[in-house]
Design a protein. Structure first.
Length: 166
């Protein structure tokens, strides 16, 4: 019996003005790209907090793609430059957590670049297939799976705190 091939799950944060419109153009132009990406539209790529990316990874995503306007063409002045700075910080943070920084990608696409958007998605899927699934040990335990014994063993009482205080 063969095991199924790994198919990565990608969360895509797209700028409303460029990234999302590029994805829409790719769809209306019938440009094929893998269905592995789940898009979340935000008003600007500068709105993406690194915590959003970390949350996506802890909730099961294998990678995150952020797509914003080209530098100098942001509808909110220089917010895509802010996204670039945050992305660079995020890459360092991921490396320190033991996660491949390549799992978080920042791409630029204008509303007229549907083909470019599709290519970015194809590249990201190929990269994540090569990297394999994200087996991050910090993934949360699903609700209801922790035994009562484990919870009672982890409970700290007030008496324990006062005993440990010098």
């Amino acid at each position: 019996m063969s095991t199924p091939a790994f198919e990565p799950v990608i969360i895509g944060f797209t700028c409303n003005w460029c990234g999302y419109r590029a994805a829409d153009l790719a769809g209306t132009a019938r440009i094929e790209y893998p269905p592995n990406v789940r898009l979340i539209r935000v008003m600007c790529s500068g709105r993406i907090d690194p915590a959003f990316v970390l949350k996506a990874l802890t909730d099961g995503a294998d990678g995150v793609l952020i797509v914003g306007c080209h530098p100098g063409e942001c509808h909110y002045l220089e917010q895509n430059i802010k996204a670039l700075r945050r992305h660079r910080l995020l890459l360092r943070t991921l490396a320190q957590l033991g996660i491949e920084p390549e799992r978080a990608r920042l791409a630029w696409a204008s509303a007229a670049e549907g083909a470019h958007f599709a290519e970015e998605v194809r590249d990201m899927v190929a990269l994540l297939r090569a990297l394999g699934p994200l087996n991050w040990p910090a993934r949360p335990v699903p609700a209801g799976t922790v035994s009562a014994a484990a919870l009672s063993a982890a409970t700290v009482t007030e008496a324990t705190i006062t005993e440990a205080t010098p």
